[in-house]
Design a protein around this ligand. Structure first.
Ligand code: GLT
Ligand code: MN
Ligand code: MN
Length: 386
């Protein structure tokens, strides 16, 4: 049995901004010193991660000269080469600079919208130079604080114009890069455009190149909206649009906590891991979360190690669930219930047969589904007694 030790093949990644989180919050100052990107890469490599992801300015300060930028990137590539770590995903910080206070691609100021494109093209160049295959768009500032400010149809149109523009840029540069939109309902804006997986999926199919654009759903964001994350992820998988995933934990009805994966709602985390593993999804398991504000640097590495270890423990629980004779017996009963005669495709003849068919409704109404038993057996696996 696995000792729950992570390896690069597990595809675990962290953002420079996650491990590097200095514990600032709206009410309090930073509690930890910044950790240099090189040190983050070295430590995560030791812990068994596959790679790191970054915003443009996580690595290159906003005011760096071109020469400084080149030196920073060269040194960073050397650390990647030395450790074998990868940069599978990159993104742009389109939320920190006050210029983006009304959004980036959806600001009412056309100069801001143009500047956001310029920034993103440079950041895409950087990501591709570091080897990224996925480029994330988290529209934290895209939205409104008052609906008086914007007609949502304008917001969505500007958003579409920007993604279309950037798809054309990637094509013109002949980059091998896919885009992943990350939905979030609110925070930091009062209301964010493309608030859920469903909104983002529908938006993708209105783009000029829908094949280039998928999703980067985040557990905390769906939980904030009171949604069952694994259902949204399942829908993205079904559509072939799960390009990336942000794993963390979250209590419902709160600000975006970005807690260590599995540290809240263990059952929800289990069914998410089950979904990804049963689907043999090959993407990056990215932890978009950070250590509690109470922690020092050792706590940060405990957080990182714990995130991966919990995923591997849940993976082992999934294997137990899938091999459990009693659980599989219950599931087989459910799957074979009613025989194989449920019509999948319409035909005129089949519809007539169905119209003529007699159902034993009393028997159907009276039969339970044994989900109490199924759930209890699941809980016993999770609680370690099965
Ligand atoms: C920010 C946000 C995350 C996004 C990151 C990518 S930045 O930390 O809270 O959900 O994934 O831009
Ligand atoms: Mn979050
Ligand atoms: Mn995220």
């Amino acid at each position: 049995m696995s000792a729950y030790v992570p390896h690069p093949e597990d595809h675990f990644t962290f953002g420079l901004w996650t491990v590097g989180n200095i514990g600032r919050d709206p009410f309090g100052d930073p509690v930890r010193a910044p950790i240099a990107p090189a040190r983050i890469v070295q430590q995560l490599a030791k812990l068994g991660a596959y790679g790191v992801n970054l915003h443009d300015n996580d690595l290159v300060p906003r005011d760096a000269t071109p020469a400084e930028r080149d030196r920073i990137v060269r040194d960073f590539k050397q650390v990647l080469a030395d450790t074998g770590m990868k940069v599978p995903m990159a993104t742009t910080n389109l939320f920190g600079d006050p210029v983006f206070r009304d959004g980036a691609f959806t600001s009412n100021d056309a100069r801001v919208r143009a500047y956001a494109l310029k920034r993103t093209m440079s950041a895409i160049d950087l990501g591709v130079e570091l080897g990224a295959a996925t480029y994330v768009f988290w529209g934290g500032r895209e939205g409104t604080d008052t609906s008086a400010a914007k007609d949502p149809r304008d917001g969505i149109k500007w958003y579409r114009d920007a993604i279309n523009y950037l798809c054309d840029y990637v094509r013109a540069q002949q980059y091998d890069l896919r885009f992943a939109i990350e939905p979030k309902p609110n925070e930091p804006r009062g209301d964010i455009f493309l608030p859920t997986i469903g909104h983002a999926l529908a938006f993708v199919y209105t783009l000029d190149h829908p094949e280039m654009v998928g999703l980067n759903p985040e557990l905390a964001h769906d939980t904030m909206a009171g949604l069952e994350f694994s259902h949204g992820v399942g829908q993205a998988l079904d559509a072939g649009k799960l390009f990336h995933i942000d794993l963390n934990a979250q209590k419902p009805g709160r600000f975006d906590q970005d807690l260590r994966f599995g540290s809240e709602d263990v059952k929800g985390a289990f069914f998410l891991v089950k979904l990804l593993e049963d689907a043999r999804w090959t993407g990056m398991r990215h932890f978009d979360s950070h250590a509690y504000r109470t922690e020092d640097e050792q706590g940060v590495w405990d957080f990182a190690a714990g995130s991966m270890r919990t995923y591997l423990i849940l993976e082992d629980k999934v294997a137990r669930f899938n091999a459990d004779a009693e659980i599989q017996g219950l599931l087989n009963d459910l799957r074979s219930r009613g025989g194989a005669d449920s019509p999948e495709r319409f035909s005129a003849e089949g519809a007539q047969t169905l119209k003529d068919r007699a159902f034993d409704l009393d028997a159907m109404r009276a039969t339970g589904y044994a989900y109490e038993k199924l759930d209890q057996l699941t809980m016993e696996i999770l609680l370690g007694v099965r």
